[in-house]
Design a protein around this ligand. Structure first.
Ligand code: B3K
Ligand code: ZN
Length: 883
């Protein structure tokens, strides 16, 4: 397999002005005719023109209307080469034949429940026709679609519909024109039997935009929330970034077979149905929130990704990190900012930190790849979003906005790099950002240590920072990073102290004056070791460090347990209140894991329970915040902090603490459940979501006790639920404990929902993720359940992905989990390499476990890499995992 390197980037020799496509969609094959206006980037050059193409049957090729002779071009399985095209501009016409009906990779043109659709990012356009399939070649496209009118009444592509009509033989056609230049990866086509929900949005400059969400007719009633989300996103982008939509039509299509969540094709977003369809009875609060976020995300790409795109795929985070940051901010403004931050930081810790510490660790801007699809990662997306957030933390809201404005002013219509974004931020603010760019090139989570010292005589409070970036594959030695540390100091009554000035590098920098007190300041930590000394601090403060999680680092401080309990009770930064509780919980869990491993009996510190009780019973706190604050850190997070990850110990300890909390706080939890019920119809708003979250978190604690009375309570909740959030939460609560009740209620749920594939996927996922002993056998059985299908990515993610999420079962000591995954990966790889490669990633941290498990996992990885006909996708992940 060939590896592609960032350092080898070369500008294209030829550019495309226009691309006119014609699709003749048929039942056996599809004929694609492409007419490209080609011109050399530098006048007068003559060199070969190399087009990408894969799995294409070439039918004809013409230059300026003249059919090429055999010796005038060359085709292999990746390229079509024209060794000596004409000097100057010319027209290239190519006709190819493709077989969408046989395309199970769901990349390029394929069929999903009878409808045609496309997925081109990153390099799927080359499976449709020969092209320079790279993002720095931007052209204006037209697309003519011809198809049977009965089978495919709806024909969609990017831009504006400029012509449509009937053809002979029961066919019809539509001609679409996209006035904006775009790279091939943003091309889209949809044809099929679809109906739409129609709406309007008037932009603030008065453009009336038609909004349409397309689904099979029976699903149209389920698109109301997606439409609400779209309109909210359009308004938000105008208000917060001054960005308006730029066409008269915006289409969203929902398809059941889709590799990822969604795709931001210009004016024709294609979505995985699970991120569009929702009714209170079928979708949970989590689903509603995900729909809001992803509809926003794809819409926001219209500016960050489409109007300004990436020069090459190494720059992916330029659009993805930035757009994730934008969707996070959007969701924060629509709900609770603190809770959204907690959710995002937990995700980073549970998934990105492990990636950044393992064999697949890569910088936010990777240096090389074999298959680009393997780099749509939590590092590029979520760590990339943290990098964007740090600009905002350093430059402030208005400085960040100035940087964004300059970025669009400079680069609208261009394909650019992460440096261009950095330069816009820096130049718009005249800022000194020293070594900030290292965030794009150095992998690994920086480890930051802080020690504090109060000097009562000098009334100073000093914080000494040291940092270390761990070595990662290909990067043994690292330089110190630019780390913005937002900080506040609490006095003994728990109030924020005004921060007046700080000594740094021998200079006193003023922070605030008495009439305009400042309580949070951002320290710029840039060296391996560095000291900051606050002036006018009369008493020993409790520091609130890294407020709002101002940088994606692992922070270690000398805060004592009592400092942390104090912060949990008083910090004005709500995120850090949660964080203080999490630090306490992590310490506690790690020390109990030690006890467990030494066969000591486990016992729980009363102070911890009391801390949880005081949060649970504090009626002044937001209920969703409480739900988060009483939830223990994930097992993955704890294992990630251990020298040798021990899934059995971590699971035993987490379950033990859960049950202890449930036992000790039983009455409080019961009254929380009782008081949080509501008979009002479902509303998706923060108030009601928070109420449900707290009720259901409490219910899960109670049901963990496996006490018949409490199981009955959960059963009552299950039966009386009027929405999926409550119904599914009750089901999950019951399903924690093996037994007849569990089996009965699971089969009741399936019977109720067997007609709704999205709900059935939840049912698969719940069983797959279960920590009940020996679950591999159940999952194996579900593989042959009539509702399961290896060709549908959502089903695979629910059942196979879900199973790998249960640390105890996937890492079962007998190797049964590894064996199960190894076999499935090879089957899947034949169908859909992208999905197979996501699944094989579960093996990548095998070195973190004991020798016995290592040997078992390694054997599976070796079996996989040596398999015949393995895809490059799976090969890359498996071989890098073994390296
Ligand atoms: N840009 C797409 C992801 C494409 C993945 C290609 N393997 C969705 C998104 O991030 O918005
Ligand atoms: Zn995106």
């Amino acid at each position: 397999a060939r590896e592609i390197f960032l350092k080898d980037y070369k500008m294209p020799d030829y550019l495309f002005d226009t691309v006119d496509l014609k699709f003749e969609l048929g039942e056996e094959n599809t004929i694609v005719s492409s007419k490209i206006a080609v011109y050399p980037r530098a006048a007068g050059v003559s060199c070969p023109l190399v087009l990408h193409g894969s799995e294409l049957k070439l039918l004809s090729i013409k230059i300026d209307g003249k059919e090429l002779k055999k010796e005038e071009f060359h085709v292999d399985h990746r390229h079509l080469t024209l060794p000596s095209p004409p000097v100057g501009a010319f027209t290239l016409e190519i006709v190819t034949e493709i077989y969408p009906q046989k395309n199970t990779s769901l990349e390029g043109l394929y069929k999903s429940s009878g409808n045609f659709c496309t997925q081109c990012e990153a390099e799927g356009f080359r499976k449709i026709t020969f092209s320079q399939d790279r993002p720095d070649v931007m052209a204006r496209y037209t697309c003519r679609i011809e198809a049977d009118k009965n089978l495919y009444p709806v024909l969609l592509s990017n831009g504006n519909l400029i012509e449509q009509g009937n053809l002979e033989g029961g066919k019809h056609y539509a001609l679409w024109e996209d006035p904006f230049k775009k790279p091939s990866y943003l091309f889209a086509l949809v044809a099929g039997q679809l109906e739409c929900r129609d709406d309007k949005f008037v932009t603030r400059s008065g453009r009336e935009v038609t909004l349409r969400i397309w689904t099979p007719s029976e699903d149209v009633p389920k698109t109301a929330h997606a439409m609400y989300s779209l309109k909210a996103a359009m308004k938000w982008d105008e208000e917060v970034f001054g960005l308006e939509y730029d066409l008269d039509l915006f289409n969203i299509v929902a398809v059941p077979d889709f590799n990822m969540g969604a795709m931001e094709n210009k004016s024709l977003n294609i979505f995985n149905s699970k991120l569009v369809l929702a009714l209170p009875e079928t979708a949970t609060d989590g689903d509603y929130a995900a729909i809001l976020g992803v509809i926003g995300h794809e819409y926001f790409h219209n500016w960050t990704g489409n109007r300004v795109t990436c020069r090459d795929w190494f720059q992916l985070s330029l659009k993805e990190g930035l757009t994730v940051f934008r969707d996070q901010e959007f969701s924060s403004d629509m709900g609770s900012r603190t809770v959204k931050r907690i959710v995002d930081v937990s995700r980073l810790r549970n998934f990105q930190f492990p990636q950044d510490a393992g064999p697949m660790a890569h910088p936010v801007r990777p240096h090389s790849y074999i298959k680009m699809d393997n780099f749509y990662t939590v590092t590029v997306y979520e760590k990339g979003a943290e990098v964007v957030r740090m600009y905002k933390t350093l430059l402030g809201s208005s400085g960040f906005r100035k940087g964004m404005d300059l970025y669009f002013k400079r680069h609208d219509g261009q394909a650019v790099t992460c440096e261009d974004f950095f330069a816009a931020m820096r130049d718009a603010n005249d800022a000194d950002m020293s070594n900030f760019l290292l965030w794009y090139s150095q992998a690994g989570t920086p480890q930051v240590k802080v020690t504090s010292f109060h000097d009562p005589d000098a009334k100073t409070y000093s914080l000494k920072f040291s940092q270390e970036v761990p070595s990662t594959p290909g990067q043994p030695v690292k330089e110190p990073m630019f780390i913005p540390v937002a900080i506040g100091l609490l006095d003994s009554s728990g109030k924020d102290m005004p921060l007046t000035g700080v000594y740094h590098d021998g200079m006193l920098q003023t922070i605030s004056l008495p009439d305009q007190p400042v309580y949070t300041t951002v320290l710029r930590v840039t060296k391996k070791e560095e000291e900051f000394k606050f002036a006018n601090i009369p008493e020993r403060p409790i520091p609130s460090l890294l407020r709002g999680y101002s940088a994606p680092v692992r922070l270690d401080s000398d805060l004592t347990d009592s400092d942390l309990f104090f912060l949990l009770a008083h910090d004005s930064d709500e995120f850090n209140r949660w964080e203080a509780g999490q630090i306490l919980a992590r310490k506690l869990m790690l020390s109990l894991v030690d006890d467990f491993q030494q066969n000591k009996s486990l016992s729980l510190n009363l102070k911890f329970i009391e801390g949880i009780r005081s949060i649970l019973c504090n009626s002044s706190l937001d209920k969703e915040f409480i739900a988060k604050a009483i939830t223990l850190p994930g097992e993955g997070e704890i294992m990630d902090m251990m020298a040798v990850a021990d899934p059995d110990a971590v699971h035993a300890v987490r379950s033990f603490i859960k049950k202890q909390i449930a036992l000790s706080l039983k009455e409080d939890l019961l009254s929380t459940v009782t008081n949080s019920r509501s008979s009002d119809p479902y509303v998706f708003d923060h108030h009601n979501m928070a109420r449900r979250a707290l009720k259901n978190t409490s219910l899960a604690y109670l049901a963990s006790l496996d006490d018949p009375e409490l199981t009955n309570l959960a059963l009552d909740e299950y039966k009386s639920a009027t929405n999926m959030t409550d119904q599914f939460a009750a089901l999950a609560a019951i399903a924690q404990n093996p037994g007849q009740v569990r089996d009965d209620v699971l089969s009741d749920f399936y019977t109720k929902w067997r007609h709704d594939f999205l709900v059935v996927n939840k049912w698969f996922a719940l069983q797959a993720m279960s920590d009940i002993p020996g679950n591999v056998a159940n999952v194996q059985k579900l593989l042959s359940h009539p509702a399961f299908d290896l060709r549908n990515p959502n089903k695979v993610y629910s059942l196979i992905g879900g199973f790998c999420g249960s640390h105890v079962n996937f890492h079962a000591k007998d190797g049964s989990g590894y064996k199960f995954l190894g076999e499935v990966v090879l089957q899947l790889d034949k169908i859909n390499p992208q999905v197979a490669s996501r699944m094989v990633s579960a093996f990548s941290r095998w070195r973190r476990y004991d020798e016995h498990r290592q040997a078992l996992a390694k054997a599976q990885l070796e079996m996989i890499v040596s398999a015949n006909g393995l895809s490059e996708n799976v090969y890359e992940i498996a071989s890098k995992s073994l390296a």
